[in-house]
Design a protein around this ligand. Structure first.
Ligand code: ZN
Length: 109
């Protein structure tokens, strides 16, 4: 599995649902998101031209993000993913509230 060197920019595009350019030309196709034990996740992508596979580390929730989600829960709301924005609901996965889009755990339930 190959690493991508412009992760910050790619993550921004990923959260926004935009097409992500591949280092070999073409674009990156999302194959899946793997949860890491520490609350972060890894996105697995395939280049549309070369079929090379890349992984993109999706950082775990920051304190601010966790607080935002916790506040929404305390207000009796269904929290959205702080990165994907409204419409992307968090779902229960074991003891965590997780975004299915980015694979990151934002709260404990
Ligand atoms: Zn998300």
């Amino acid at each position: 599995m190959l690493q991508l060197d412009n992760e910050k920019q790619l993550l921004k595009q990923y959260y926004a649902g935009q097409q992500m350019g591949s280092p070999n030309g073409g674009f990156l196709i999302l194959l899946g998101v793997r949860h890491a034990g520490d609350g972060s996740a890894v996105g697995i992508f395939e280049c549309s031209v070369s079929s090379l596979r890349y992984e993109l580390v999706i950082p775990k929730a920051t304190r601010t993000e966790r607080k935002k989600v916790r506040d929404a829960i305390d207000d009796g709301e269904d929290p959205d993913c702080p990165r994907h924005g409204s419409g992307q609901r968090l779902v229960r996965a074991g003891k965590d509230l997780v975004c299915t889009g980015c694979g990151v755990a934002y709260a404990k339930v």
